[in-house]
Design a protein around this ligand. Structure first.
Ligand code: NI
Length: 186
């Protein structure tokens, strides 16, 4: 089932998400629905707060992304449950980020190039992995959602000022996208 996406201005996007355990009801279905939602909206990552659940869960699928020198994206499909970034290092670099909760806005964000993350996968197997480049970038962006952070918090203040009108419009549900959005009621 395709789920509606909560957009900029919804309070849940600013909350800190909580960990879940293996008894979390309907988790398999939720993960399936989130993958379906992400595919339908052409996203490469989706975090649970974006579909209205304040839990530490996000997923990525960058298999369709074509970027030079990033062959590892072809197998980059994962479910991250209760993830914890334990280390971030490497030179900071700019990459243009977008977000299904902030439709049609793309801006350069500077982040470390490498990270180490611990998490449980969809089978509740503990995993520890290192990512770099675009894979690290996608993880960093989604991980931020679990802490109530959005990529526009990290852009240059002047750019953010210029985007203010568009962000306000998004929070009123005005964005020409073909997926269903949930925005604050006036
Ligand atoms: Ni996002």
């Amino acid at each position: 089932m395709i789920l509606p996406v909560y957009v900029y201005g919804m309070p849940i996007l600013r909350k800190t998400s909580v960990e879940i355990d293996e008894n979390y009801e309907g988790l398999d279905q939720l993960i399936e629905d989130m993958f379906e939602t992400m595919k339908a909206s052409d996203g490469v990552g989706l975090a649970a707060p974006q579909i209205g659940k304040s839990i530490r869960l996000f997923l990525v699928n960058a298999q369709e992304m074509e970027i030079d020198d990033e062959p590892d994206l072809k197998d980059f499909k994962r479910t991250f449950i209760n993830p914890y970034i334990t280390e971030e290092w490497g030179e900071k670099w700019n990459f243009q980020e977008g977000c299904l909760s902030i439709p049609l806005i793309r801006e350069d964000v500077s982040r470390h190039s490498k990270l180490k993350i611990e998490y449980y996968d969809e089978n509740w197997e503990f995993q520890e992995e290192e990512f770099e480049g675009v894979r690290a970038r996608i993880v960093q962006h989604e991980y931020d959602h679990l802490d109530g952070k959005l990529f526009v918090d990290k852009i240059n203040p002047l750019r953010k000022k210029l985007l203010k009108g568009r962000l306000t419009a998004i929070s009123k549900g005005k964005a020409d996208v073909d997926y269903k959005m949930i925005y604050p009621k006036k």
